[in-house]
Design a protein around this ligand. Structure first.
Ligand code: RTP
Ligand code: MG
Length: 138
């Protein structure tokens, strides 16, 4: 068993029909899907999830966007999961994302950037627990 990261397919990518394309890239990069669900965040829940950014100028816009439609939340497993998944998704701003990354292919802008990926093992655990109960994480 490798270690784990947490991802969301964001409302832009879900609305644009890219769930399948993104999951395919995730599978081809060697991640195992441990848990997955489609849901919609309330503004309160999106605000809680991104609370680390609450002093940033883009926080209001981020919360509004992340609660604007369905998202797909998933826990992924692979050796070196957090770092390898950040590489697979690419830079936050798709203008800076490398060829072959999910954001290069599917992101519309820095705000509407298709996917989330945890930035540390600790946050991967916290974020996975935010969406999934113990019984769902096998
Ligand atoms: P994420 O947490 O969603 O995986 O993205 P990230 O680590 O690459 O970027 P982060 O700094 O954590 O920012 C979280 C999300 O906030 C939005 N953002 N907008 N308008 C802006 O300048 C701006 N900066 C960040 C992005 O959607 C980013 O993914
Ligand atoms: Mg982040």
């Amino acid at each position: 068993m490798g270690n784990r990261t947490f991802t969301m397919i964001k409302p832009d990518a879900v609305a644009n029909g890219h769930i399948g394309g993104i999951l395919n890239m995730i599978n081809e990069a060697g991640f195992r899907i441990v848990a997955m669900k489609m849901t919609q965040l309330s503004a309160a829940k999106a605000g809680e999830f991104y609370a680390v950014h609450k002093e940033r100028p883009f926080y209001g816009e981020l919360v509004e966007f992340m609660s604007s439609g369905h998202i797909v939340a998933a826990i992924l497993e692979k050796d070196n999961a957090v770092e390898d998944f950040r590489k697979l998704i690419g830079a936050t701003n798709p203008a800076n994302a490398e060829e072959g990354t999910i954001r290069k292919k599917y992101a519309e802008s820095i705000g509407r950037n298709a996917v989330h990926g945890s930035d540390s093992d600790e946050n991967a655990q916290i974020e996975g627990d935010f969406f999934f109960s113990g019984l769902e994480k096998f």
